[in-house]
Design a protein around this ligand. Structure first.
Ligand code: TXA
Ligand code: MG
Length: 359
């Protein structure tokens, strides 16, 4: 990005146009947060329901006082520790933020991203930037410019390519308008890290939900929609590691017998065994042609069980890979749900439409 590129992008944003840009979490689809028409265009480009509020991105802490009213002390303590970075805070909104940007709510979600391109773009524009994840509504969030092109090409004015997102999962969202403060969406900033600042912080009940249960409704409107979902049917297995591996193998063999191509979302630790066992009878990876006559298994390594950051970074990209190859059945492993694992499992469980089998 040259300075001329930044100028051009900022000019587009000031005119009410849309620019997709990289952040440290996922790509964002940016528009002027003060402009109701720009927000309407964001909803239209994503095919997103307009009751689902957008996150407003800033580059300077002074903006908080302008965009929010009754900023609580906790906001400054959290900002001190985690901004710029992957944390979003919900507070009461000021009148300058139109309801179109907040999906009709009186509150607004604010984040100060750390990605240098995002920061410079916001500074250059001189406006707060409303930006949801830059994916078509319902699809996995975008962690590469290529993903944004897949979903939004022709619907927006510019896409800035900043390579792969570092973190790969969306920001942690905390709601500061309730007592005790709640985590509405888990992310890279974990509950343990947040407790260092707000000892009594809790999860919104919907965050840890593991089964379809319509009586528990997420307080972040966006978390109630089917989300992150690949087009194929994803089932994840939960239990002792050895049982999980065997269950993935059994489910895969069964679908291969029926004549389907099967995807496996594998940990690095299990992938070798999957390949060794399945390749005794079936083609593995992209060696088949994907027709019903020639079933094969596509084994995608999502990351290491010993390093959750690798799983977070690759998860959405791998789910998109299965879609690109039109894989009808995908089987995967559950991961431990603490620390960053809480965010990984939150996305994975939703991607599977709560289809978890205990083994
Ligand atoms: O990492 C991220 O947060 C990325 C990057 C681009 O910054 N953005 C992102 O935005 O994930 P989006 O729109 O995909 O997700 C925003 C979530 C939605 O679930 C939405 O319902 C919730 O935040 N949200 C936004 N404003 C809210 C509010 N005032 N009250 C409750 N939930 C809110
Ligand atoms: Mg999103």
């Amino acid at each position: 990005m040259t300075s001329a590129d930044f100028k051009e992008a900022a000019e587009l944003l000031r005119e009410g146009k849309l620019v997709a840009f990289p952040t440290e979490t996922v790509y964002g689809l940016g528009g002027d947060a003060f402009d109701p028409t720009a927000s309407a265009r964001i909803y239209a480009a994503k095919g997103r329901p307009s009751d689902n509020p957008l996150i407003v991105h800033i580059a300077d802490i002074k903006e908080l006082e302008k965009l929010c009213v009754d900023v609580p002390e906790e906001a400054y303590l959290l900002a001190d520790k985690f901004w710029p970075g992957p944390l979003t805070m919900i507070m009461k909104k000021a009148d300058c933020i139109p309801k179109e940007t907040t999906g009709g709510l009186d509150t607004v979600a604010i984040r100060m991203p750390s990605h240098p391109i995002a920061r410079r773009l916001i500074q250059e524009t001189g406006l707060p930037i409303a930006a949801p994840s830059a994916n078509a509504s319902g699809r996995p969030s975008t962690t590469k410019a290529e993903h944004v092109i897949e979903d939004l090409n022709g619907r927006i004015e510019m896409i800035i390519d900043g390579g792969s997102s570092d973190i790969g999962l969306e920001s942690t969202i905390v709601d500061l308008t309730v007592k005790p403060v709640q985590i509405l969406r888990p992310g890279y900033i974990t509950i343990e890290m947040l407790k260092g600042v707000i000892p009594d912080i809790v999860y919104d009940k919907a965050v840890l939900k593991r089964e379809r249960n319509d009586s528990i409704v997420a307080r972040a409107p966006g978390m109630k929609y089917r989300h992150y979902a690949p087009k194929g049917e994803l089932v994840i297995f939960e239990g002792e590691p050895e049982n999980v591996m065997n269950a993935v193998l059994d489910a895969t063999e069964r679908k291969l017998e029926e004549g389907y191509v099967v995807g496996i979302l594998a940990s690095e630790e299990f992938a070798g065994d999957y390949v060794a066992k399945i390749s005794r009878r079936w083609p593995v990876l992209g060696t088949g042609n994907g027709s019903k006559r020639e079933p094969y298994a596509l084994i995608e390594v999502v990351g290491s069980r010993d390093n959750e950051e690798t799983i977070a970074a690759n998860l959405f990209d791998k789910l998109r890979d299965f879609d690109a190859k039109e894989i009808p059945y995908i089987f995967g492993e559950c991961f431990p749900g603490d620390n960053l694992g809480a965010a990984i499992m939150n996305r994975l469980v939703k991607a599977a439409g709560y289809h978890i089998e205990k083994v």
